[in-house]
Design a protein around this ligand. Structure first.
Ligand code: SAM
Length: 225
């Protein structure tokens, strides 16, 4: 686990997680990023979540808690930060597999396969270029079941045309290592997704990219016999 990838996770303490829903999902999504949670992001989550689901970068567990999951759903929570895992697990209020793991590292062979894998507001927290972040798609693709979907949302970089509020947050968060997205563009995101998946859909709402991807180009490596 490298120190760079720690920075994007370390800010989520029990205290910041208590403020997260109001500040990020309430105020920032609507007024800084132009992508309101209830009208855009939550419906997108509900549209794609499947029965065997992997939630990557769980935060407070808001989307899972609001998704009205089927009674027979099986949920796995993956995050680098134990405080996020604890908050999401408690909020989910049903049994879940919990995995403390860096999404940049290979997915353990024992987890999955999943009908859906969500990564909401995770990519913009990671350091480096989108080409480097593309490693996440390679790792997660190995966990998809046949017909499964990887989907998510990420705040785009400076070229997305942020408003004054957004520009101030972008500058602050990138300086502190909370975000690593100044150079992230929709075109580069699409390029990385297409390297790993045969079927890719993207759209931009405000300064946020929403994406879904199916049919991994390479499957999970077969276990050595
Ligand atoms: C901005 S929050 C997103 C929370 C939630 N998905 C949402 O959209 O409201 C980012 C989450 O990703 C986690 N995270 C950041 N870097 C990570 C990494 N390298 N591997 C796994 N989780 C990471 C953080 O701990 C945090 O819980």
């Amino acid at each position: 686990m490298d120190n760079d990838s720690q920075a994007g996770a370390a800010v989520y303490s029990p205290l910041t997680l208590r403020l997260y829903d109001a500040w990020v999902l309430g105020i920032s999504n609507r007024y800084a990023w132009g992508c309101p949670t209830a009208e855009v992001l939550l419906p997108f989550f509900r549209q794609h979540v499947g029965r065997r689901h992997l939630e990557v970068g769980v935060g407070t567990g808001y989307y899972l808690a609001k998704a009205e999951l089927a009674a027979d759903s099986e949920v796995t929570l993956l995050d680098l930060n134990p405080a996020s895992l604890a908050a999401a697990r408690q909020r989910l209020g049903r049994p879940a597999q919990v995995l403390r793991h860096d999404v940049l590292e290979p997915l353990p062979a024992t987890v999955g396969p999943f009908d859906s894998i969500a990564l909401f507001y995770l990519l913009h927290c990671l350091p480096g270029s989108l080409a480097q972040k593309g490693r996440v798609f390679a790792q997660l693709a190995t966990g998809l079941a046949p017909g499964g979907v990887l989907f998510g949302a990420t705040i785009l970089g400076d070229a997305a045309g942020h408003n004054g509020f957004g520009r101030r947050l972008m500058a602050l968060y990138n300086r502190k290592g909370i975000f690593g997205n100044a150079g992230d563009s929709l075109a580069d995101l699409e390029g990385e997704l297409r390297k790993h998946f045969a079927q890719v859909e993207l759209r931009q709402v405000g300064r946020v990219a929403l994406f879904s991807a199916r049919e991994p180009v390479e499957g999970r490596p077969l276990p050595l016999s």
